[in-house]
Design a protein around this ligand. Structure first.
Ligand code: ITT
Length: 187
């Protein structure tokens, strides 16, 4: 079954394909869509509605996700991709996050993934997944993307970027949201 995904983020797309191997995941590049909502699910619906009209009769999906750091009042949050400004830059985002947490002891954080779906009849569905952990004091690992080298999930002594794709997907915010999406798609 085809699943159109509104994203220009190839790392996200790869994870979605890995987590949902039974579906034919096709990217519809969402670059240029303005993410103006104040929460993840609102932005996910902005993105999926922007592509749904192009694919009548098919499932469409969007993932809006990000990192929320307790000591920073939930930042970078919905601004995760552009935390250090435009154009979006992972090295600058990660450096800014470490700078903003210098000397901070409580480094608790979570990733959130909000998924919005439009089914072949135009009915909307949603799912949310979270993964809790903390922000390391220095980056480690080369897997994954984005903030992965700085995020250490609870119960692990390693960052997301030190885990294999399968290990990350088994516990990640995206893995959890997409487990619910699989149930929605299978009905
Ligand atoms: P699309 O909107 O085109 O899907 P995007 O990268 O702009 O791509 P978001 O607006 O949802 O997507 O921003 C998500 C950002 O949050 C992403 O760029 C990363 O910086 C961060 N992020 C989300 N999931 C992540 C993960 O699993 N690991 C590391 N960082 C992640």
């Amino acid at each position: 079954m085809r699943l159109y995904v509104a994203t220009h983020n190839r790392h996200k797309l790869r994870e979605i394909s890995q987590i949902l191997p039974e579906f034919d995941v096709i990217a519809d590049d969402s670059e240029g869509i303005e993410e103006t909502a104040s929460d993840f699910i609102g932005n996910a619906f902005i993105k999926v509605r922007a592509i749904a009209a192009k694919h009548p009769g098919s499932w469409c999906m969007a993932d809006d996700s990000g990192l929320e750091v307790k000591a920073l009042g939930g930042a970078p949050g919905v601004r995760s991709a552009r935390y250090a400004g435009e154009p979006s830059s992972t090295p600058r985002n990660n450096a800014l996050l470490l700078r903003n947490l210098e000397g901070v002891e409580d480094r608790a954080a979570n990733f959130t993934c909000a998924v919005a779906l439009v089914d072949p009849n135009g009915v909307e569905h949603s799912a949310v997944g979270k993964c809790f952990g903390r922000i390391a004091t220095a980056p480690s690992g080369a897997e994954g993307f984005g903030y992965d080298p700085l995020f250490v999930p609870d119960g692990y002594g390693k960052s997301f970027a030190e885990l294999s794709a399968d290990e990350k997907n088994a516990i990640s915010h995206r893995g959890r949201a997409l487990a619910e999406v699989r149930r929605i798609l299978m009905v």
